[in-house]
Write a protein that binds this ligand. Sequence first.
Ligand code: GLU
Length: 430
Amino acid sequence: MQPETTAKPAEKRQGMYKVVMDQFEHAADIMGLDPGVRKILAKTNSEIVVHFPVKLDDGTIEVFTGYRVQHNNALGPYKGGLRYHQTVDLDSARALAIWMTWKTALAGLPYGGGKGGVEINPKLYSKGELERITRRFTYALGDNIGPDLDIPAPDVNTNPQIMAWIADTYSSTKSPATRFANLHVVTGKPLGAGGLEGRDRATGFGVVATLKAWAKRKGKSLKGMRFIVQGFGNVGYWTAHFLTKEGAVLIAVQDASSTIHDPKGIDPEDLNRHVEANNRSIKDYPKAPTMDPAGFFGLACDIVVPAALGNQITAANAGGIKAQVVAEGANGPTDTEGEAILRANGVDIIPDILCNSGGVIGSYYEWLQNKRSEIWKIDEVLGMIQDKVMTAFDQVVNTAEEFKANWRDSAYIVALRRLEKTYMERGIFP
Ligand code: GLU
């Protein structure tokens, strides 16, 4: 008999763990990271795998597998999303948790990095089933999450509704006296359940803030630039929304179901209405022609925004990219080989841990708002996110100059320096 294992066949793995470790080792070499700290950061602190049963609408029972990987908490509680996707496994949760540690450190947040999710295609389940899956997953995680221990948030295929169910389940299993003291066990909640105005658009807002800063440094304007977006979930839509406001033109969108292209421009608001009414997919959008998915990244445009899954820009397609810049809305969208090709071809990359950090920065303000029992307005929130993203951007640019490094390496160096300093000053127990 085969031993029970959570490992997936190699062809099903996303392979993101190798990419994040390649990036880490490379940056650690450039900066000369302390060898002890390097050993600590090369490992994850804890890896939780849970199997839990749920009764489906037809009365049958299905057992699901969920993950939470906690990479590092030197700077604060573990922080990072939960994704519901068929590619979720230990390898991907590890990689994504590690990216969160770098992202929160780079943004100067008092957080570490964690990530997890459920291996599931949520499109195959009813709303009632998703609620039961979420509540039972939260229950299975038990005290491995907590408002000052590990704080989940939305990620691929999870949303404010799912966060509300997590918060309610977590609080309901604790003493009623602590109900509101536990509200910040999760961020990205709906407004009625302790959410923050502006958290919905925070990631896309941050992506566009970094693109504006990139354009300014190049002496260019985003006005009239053509852009393409892979993934039209929260990050893809809001990025398209804010870029269009800057006068850029959305000319193509790709998701798991379809690829649409219209050089005359696609209205992101109209497309979003279609997606909301169409089980979150761009399929059958009547106002833009479809195209061969293989040609998507090679379209003539100025800005490519991968805003879906990891390892999308690889040796297979990077050479065809004609854009001036890749703005990484997704986590880990460019693999090591793809990145080398982009760099050789002079394509700029705004690295994920900087580019999409507006999301977790928004989460930080939601967490603070809950802790302080305050209610903040959207303009204040977006202003604070803008400040933090721009502070990180400037540090990345300055560190790149100091080390003659590219922006990915320099973003890592800023994050790793912060972690190294903490370990040096704090020491290691016992
Ligand atoms: N899932 C988002 C990310 O990858 C947000 C995480 C958070 O807000 O904690 O950055």
